[in-house]
Design a protein around this ligand. Structure first.
Ligand code: UD1
Length: 365
């Protein structure tokens, strides 16, 4: 099962590892939670993910409606396909919805990226993680803290397997290729820009923001926009903006002001290869995403995460990630520009071989 953008880079290496497997036949179900060309199709193309066998086409809606639509349609797929196991990834609405359906149909469920906890129940993803892990049968984890969380919650250790990080498999596979992809990007102000070697040499920051806690409250958003645009006068910023954020920036009346800043490159969501190219060459990332905390840790790019907590603490203990508050952004960027960025290393099993480990486990079931 895959449903939203951050799922696609997790599912890709797994589909490739299972492609010609003798005994395991994967059926890829796309729930359609993300559906735009730029949020979905482009990722399937660039990551070479086979066409989904089924697309539930649920689209956007409130959490309850989206979850209910996925459940209703996924139940039909399970009735028709009679799978031996349903494997879900990540923490999006699709993850929880499909697990709930399968477990009530007595189909074994496996959660990849199990056990991550932010302990912040205001995050819809935390609810999805708790629901999914409360009823899964097999728990594949990315780091030791996830194993510890699950054990504390009463999961028996033999059901937990630390396998490493599938997102890093995708990164390892595509990092070199990403360096030669066309970097011609459309800015939202209507220009076409090509970010080449000169731009990379002169340093820039890459940004993503889409969490409700940062972008749904217009007061917070206004503060953020002021900070981003101020920073762009010190160092160029590239911001491929998530549809939720763009909608809110426009509704809050902040859009026209942003467009006035010449070094603030606001673009539509961009492809995976362009994105990892931009991250790998950047001076820093400014984000509230989960996955980017992991990708920057692997690439040892300084990452400033604007959130009160993270479900991925290993990126802080071991990696180049720092959790900071809105009013700390400017001073933290100044530290990086002064050459005092945090340096880290990659956690255990974040090595490009996670899909292989997972397939070995599935073969034993
Ligand atoms: C979802 C995930 C989040 C993940 C993020 C990555 C949940 C609860 N959240 O949040 O964990 O980090 O995806 O992107 O599952 N929209 C489009 N086109 C699309 C998809 C969405 O325009 O292809 C718009 C929708 O109309 C909606 C907004 O984006 O207004 C939010 O989409 P939604 O899937 O509800 O949640 P995300 O914020 O993307």
């Amino acid at each position: 099962m895959a449903g939203a953008r951050p799922n696609f880079m997790k599912i890709a290496p797994l589909m490739h590892a299972l492609e010609s497997h003798k005994n395991i036949e994967p059926i890829l179900v796309h729930t359609g939670q993300h559906y735009d060309e730029k949020m979905s199709d482009l990722f399937f193309k660039q990551l070479n993910i086979p066409e989904p066998h089924v697309n539930l086409e649920v689209g956007s809606a409130s959490h309850a409606v989206q979850t209910a639509r996925i459940m209703e349609r996924f139940e039909k797929v399970c009735l028709e396909q009679k799978p031996d196991m349903v494997l879900v990834v990540g923490d999006v609405n699709s993850t929880a919805a499909c697990t709930l359906v399968a477990s009530k149909m007595y189909i074994k469920t496996c959660h990849y990226e199990a056990g991550l906890r932010s302990r912040d129940r205001n995050m819809p993803e935390e609810i999805n993680r708790l629901v999914t892990d409360a009823i899964s049968d097999l728990f594949l984890t990315t780091s030791i803290d996830a194993d510890e969380n699950l054990i504390k919650e009463g999961v028996s250790p033999e059901k937990i397997k630390m396998v490493g990080n599938l997102m890093i498999d995708s990164l390892v596979r595509n990092l070199e290729k990403s360096q030669s992809v066309s970097m011609e990007l459309q800015t939202l102000s209507g220009d076409s820009i090509t970010l080449g070697k000169d731009f990379f040499k002169s340093k820039y920051g890459i940004m993503t923001f889409h969490r409700p806690s940062n972008v749904d409250d217009f007061k917070v958003l206004e503060k953020l926009v002021k900070i981003w645009t101020d920073i762009s006068e010190k160092i160029p910023l590239v911001f491929p903006i998530h549809p939720r954020t763009l909608k809110n920036v426009k509704n809050a009346g902040l859009y026209d002001n942003i467009l006035r800043y010449k070094n603030f490159f606001l673009t539509e969501p961009i492809g995976y290869l362009q994105f990892i190219n931009l991250v790998s060459n950047s001076a820093f990332a400014l984000t509230d995403s989960g996955g980017i905390q992991e990708e920057t840790t692997f690439m040892n790019v300084p990452c400033l995460t604007i959130r009160p907590n993270t479900e991925r603490p290993v990126t802080i203990w071991e990696g180049s990630n720092k959790l900071i508050k809105v009013n700390e952004i400017s001073s933290e960027v100044d530290l990086i520009l002064a050459g005092k960025a945090k340096v880290g290393k990659s956690p255990k099993y974040w090595d490009g071989k996670t899909a292989e480990r997972i397939v070995k486990i599935l073969e034993t079931l």
